[in-house]
Design a protein around this ligand. Sequence first.
Ligand SMILES: [Mg+2]
Length: 389
Amino acid sequence: MSDLAAAQPSRPDSEDRPLRITAVRSHPLSVRLAQPQLSAKGAHQVSEILVVEVETSDGIVGLGEGFCRISSRIHAAFVDQLLAPRIVGRDARDRRALWKAMRAAISGQPGGQIVEAIAAVDMALWDIAGQHAGQPVHRLLGGMGRTELRAYASSVTWSDEATVEKEVQLVLDAGFKEIKIKIGQPVEDAIRRAHFVRRLVGDGIKLYADANWAFDVDDALRVAHGLVDAGFLFFEEPIIAHDREGYRLLSRRSPIRLAAGEADYVGSEALVRLHDRSVGLIQPDIARSGGITETWRIAELAAAHHTAFAPHMGLSGAICAAASLHIAAAAETFLTYECMYYDNPLRSELCEPVVGERQDLKDGKLPVPTGPGLGVRLNRSVLERFTVR
Ligand SMILES: [Mg+2]
């Protein structure tokens, strides 16, 4: 052997050994929430999620979660019948190639429920990668050196003033310094609500509003001015998510930062919003936007467009919360984390340790998970309790 060859470091053992996917298991879950979540779209009282376990040849098991809301068994069928056959036997580390292979299961425009099912598998592949490397996912993504994240309470419901007053008190008592409220039609009530909440919290609390598509462009503009008068800092989904020209028009005239993105599936959709500057905050949901692989692409696009990024949580569970904390920790333009403050056992009981819950809040901030991978493990008895047969 020459001296030069002798000086080369040997390749680490792990690079030579394949990390084959040996099994993919899907678990459709459903829970009835103690309190209905009231928004301009109506009341949500049932939360459904898809949990996926991906097992590898060296015994590592990764966890992932897909966004379903009301159709977890349909999403489970996507995983079992369409996705698993395309990836079992392949190397779990080839995440982008596996993503493309899963996407090819259905032809047509990118998007839809298949991408939500892919999100669950992709998240599990990142969990595997982190466990394999002995590193938390936020470090695999590049790492911003953050150990804690700004967080806001989500969301004070679109209900009567007495209920709103109680909810505001609860989140202030929990230590939140940032709060999002739901608003809806009519315009006058939305503006009145913004001022009502501002009077309740005083001047030191950051406030945001989410209209869940309640308005058209003209009414949204009137609400936007009312929100600014009440000192609000962003206006989420003022109009239907897919009215791209509407967002463009509104953003040119709105006095407040617009936020959207939770209804998008893939990076190419986010790119349109970012490139034409129709939002000042992009909010993909990792359990919908194709998992960590595709949502990270959106986070990087947001950074390239100097636009704020914040993952959407909504009715998602504990695995999505962990993934969201990791992406938030690594994203260059991360703004603030959506911390759901109402009780949901799919968030607070499904995994250990519990992450991203209001009980962890310190000085208005949440700690970033530290374990390898996503840093959470399934609580089997809770998984059983909420599995839909
Ligand atoms: Mg929203």
